[in-house]
Design a protein around this ligand. Structure first.
Ligand code: FES
Length: 155
Protein backbone atom coordinates (compact mmCIF):
# COMPACT_ATOMS: atom_id res chain seq x y z
CA UNK A 1 0.00 0.00 0.00
CA UNK A 2 1.28 3.48 -0.83
CA UNK A 3 1.37 6.14 1.90
CA UNK A 4 -1.59 7.83 0.20
CA UNK A 5 -3.59 4.60 0.33
CA UNK A 6 -2.74 4.14 3.99
CA UNK A 7 -3.78 7.72 4.74
CA UNK A 8 -7.06 7.30 2.87
CA UNK A 9 -7.93 4.08 4.63
CA UNK A 10 -7.28 5.79 7.96
CA UNK A 11 -9.52 8.69 6.93
CA UNK A 12 -12.25 6.30 5.83
CA UNK A 13 -11.94 4.55 9.15
CA UNK A 14 -12.32 7.90 10.92
CA UNK A 15 -15.12 9.43 8.87
CA UNK A 16 -17.03 6.38 7.72
CA UNK A 17 -17.68 4.86 4.34
CA UNK A 18 -20.58 7.03 3.20
CA UNK A 19 -21.11 9.72 0.59
CA UNK A 20 -21.15 12.32 3.39
CA UNK A 21 -17.61 11.40 4.29
CA UNK A 22 -16.32 12.52 0.92
CA UNK A 23 -15.54 16.12 1.87
CA UNK A 24 -13.81 15.40 5.19
CA UNK A 25 -11.78 12.65 3.57
CA UNK A 26 -10.68 14.88 0.68
CA UNK A 27 -9.84 17.67 3.11
CA UNK A 28 -7.83 15.23 5.20
CA UNK A 29 -5.81 14.21 2.14
CA UNK A 30 -5.13 17.84 1.20
CA UNK A 31 -4.10 18.62 4.76
CA UNK A 32 -1.54 15.84 4.82
CA UNK A 33 -0.29 15.84 1.28
CA UNK A 34 -0.86 19.49 0.38
CA UNK A 35 -2.82 18.53 -2.70
CA UNK A 36 -5.12 15.95 -4.15
CA UNK A 37 -3.51 13.70 -6.72
CA UNK A 38 -5.46 11.80 -9.35
CA UNK A 39 -4.43 8.55 -7.66
CA UNK A 40 -5.77 9.80 -4.33
CA UNK A 41 -9.11 10.74 -5.92
CA UNK A 42 -9.42 7.34 -7.57
CA UNK A 43 -8.59 5.59 -4.29
CA UNK A 44 -11.21 7.65 -2.44
CA UNK A 45 -13.81 6.81 -5.10
CA UNK A 46 -13.02 3.11 -4.77
CA UNK A 47 -13.13 3.22 -0.97
CA UNK A 48 -16.48 5.02 -0.87
CA UNK A 49 -17.86 3.07 -3.78
CA UNK A 50 -18.75 6.16 -5.78
CA UNK A 51 -17.64 7.15 -9.26
CA UNK A 52 -14.29 8.81 -9.83
CA UNK A 53 -16.18 11.49 -11.80
CA UNK A 54 -18.12 12.28 -8.67
CA UNK A 55 -14.90 12.77 -6.72
CA UNK A 56 -13.27 14.83 -9.50
CA UNK A 57 -16.40 16.97 -9.71
CA UNK A 58 -16.41 17.67 -5.99
CA UNK A 59 -12.68 18.42 -5.95
CA UNK A 60 -12.87 20.88 -8.82
CA UNK A 61 -15.93 22.63 -7.37
CA UNK A 62 -14.25 23.35 -4.06
CA UNK A 63 -11.19 25.49 -4.67
CA UNK A 64 -9.91 24.35 -1.29
CA UNK A 65 -9.20 20.94 -2.65
CA UNK A 66 -6.07 21.61 -4.62
CA UNK A 67 -5.43 19.16 -7.39
CA UNK A 68 -1.94 20.38 -8.26
CA UNK A 69 1.07 20.66 -5.96
CA UNK A 70 1.26 23.93 -4.03
CA UNK A 71 3.80 25.87 -2.02
CA UNK A 72 4.32 25.32 1.69
CA UNK A 73 1.87 28.12 2.50
CA UNK A 74 -1.26 28.64 0.45
CA UNK A 75 -2.55 32.20 0.51
CA UNK A 76 -6.07 32.79 -0.67
CA UNK A 77 -7.88 36.08 -1.08
CA UNK A 78 -11.66 36.01 -1.18
CA UNK A 79 -12.89 37.23 -4.54
CA UNK A 80 -16.62 37.14 -3.84
CA UNK A 81 -18.83 40.19 -3.92
CA UNK A 82 -18.51 41.66 -0.39
CA UNK A 83 -14.73 41.36 -0.40
CA UNK A 84 -14.63 42.52 -3.99
CA UNK A 85 -16.46 45.68 -2.97
CA UNK A 86 -14.03 46.19 -0.12
CA UNK A 87 -11.18 46.38 -2.56
CA UNK A 88 -9.78 42.89 -2.58
CA UNK A 89 -7.95 43.94 -5.77
CA UNK A 90 -5.56 46.12 -3.76
CA UNK A 91 -4.80 43.17 -1.47
CA UNK A 92 -4.11 40.89 -4.41
CA UNK A 93 -1.86 43.51 -6.03
CA UNK A 94 0.14 43.98 -2.83
CA UNK A 95 0.60 40.22 -2.46
CA UNK A 96 1.53 39.77 -6.12
CA UNK A 97 4.09 42.59 -5.92
CA UNK A 98 5.58 41.28 -2.70
CA UNK A 99 5.77 37.65 -3.71
CA UNK A 100 6.61 38.50 -7.34
CA UNK A 101 4.07 36.03 -8.65
CA UNK A 102 0.57 36.24 -10.10
CA UNK A 103 -2.57 34.62 -8.73
CA UNK A 104 -2.36 30.89 -9.45
CA UNK A 105 1.43 30.80 -9.21
CA UNK A 106 3.93 29.53 -6.64
CA UNK A 107 7.11 31.31 -5.59
CA UNK A 108 10.43 29.85 -6.77
CA UNK A 109 11.38 28.83 -3.25
CA UNK A 110 8.05 26.95 -3.02
CA UNK A 111 7.13 28.86 0.12
CA UNK A 112 3.95 30.52 -1.11
CA UNK A 113 1.16 29.87 -3.57
CA UNK A 114 -1.26 32.72 -4.22
CA UNK A 115 -4.86 31.91 -5.06
CA UNK A 116 -8.29 33.45 -4.87
CA UNK A 117 -11.21 31.73 -3.18
CA UNK A 118 -14.95 31.93 -3.17
CA UNK A 119 -16.72 33.44 -0.16
CA UNK A 120 -15.06 32.30 3.06
CA UNK A 121 -18.07 33.17 5.20
CA UNK A 122 -16.55 36.31 6.73
CA UNK A 123 -18.27 38.79 4.42
CA UNK A 124 -19.02 41.27 7.24
CA UNK A 125 -15.29 41.58 7.88
CA UNK A 126 -13.92 41.79 4.36
CA UNK A 127 -11.60 41.85 2.68
CA UNK A 128 -10.62 38.44 3.92
CA UNK A 129 -7.44 36.50 3.36
CA UNK A 130 -6.69 32.94 4.32
CA UNK A 131 -3.24 31.47 4.87
CA UNK A 132 -3.42 27.69 4.98
CA UNK A 133 -6.39 27.33 7.35
CA UNK A 134 -5.93 30.58 9.26
CA UNK A 135 -8.46 33.35 8.49
CA UNK A 136 -7.36 37.00 8.42
CA UNK A 137 -10.33 39.39 8.25
CA UNK A 138 -10.26 43.10 7.42
CA UNK A 139 -6.84 43.05 5.85
CA UNK A 140 -5.23 46.06 4.21
CA UNK A 141 -2.47 45.87 1.60
CA UNK A 142 0.01 46.62 4.42
CA UNK A 143 -1.27 44.05 6.91
CA UNK A 144 -1.54 41.44 4.15
CA UNK A 145 2.20 41.80 3.51
CA UNK A 146 2.96 41.73 7.25
CA UNK A 147 1.02 38.49 7.52
CA UNK A 148 3.27 36.94 4.87
CA UNK A 149 6.26 37.80 7.03
CA UNK A 150 4.78 35.71 9.83
CA UNK A 151 4.97 32.74 7.52
CA UNK A 152 8.66 33.23 6.91
CA UNK A 153 8.70 35.33 3.78
CA UNK A 154 12.34 35.97 2.91
CA UNK A 155 12.77 39.68 2.25
S1 FES B 1 -17.50 37.71 0.25
FE1 FES B 1 -15.53 37.49 1.07
S2 FES B 1 -15.88 36.33 2.83
FE2 FES B 1 -17.80 36.44 1.93
Amino acid sequence: MSTTEVLISELVELHGRTRNSLMPILQGVVQQEKYLSEDAMITVARELNISAADVFGTASFYTFLDTIPRGKNVVRVCKTISCHMKNKEAIIRALEDTLKIKVGETTHDKQFTLLTANCLGWCHKGPVMLVNDEVYPEVTPETAVEILNKYGRSK
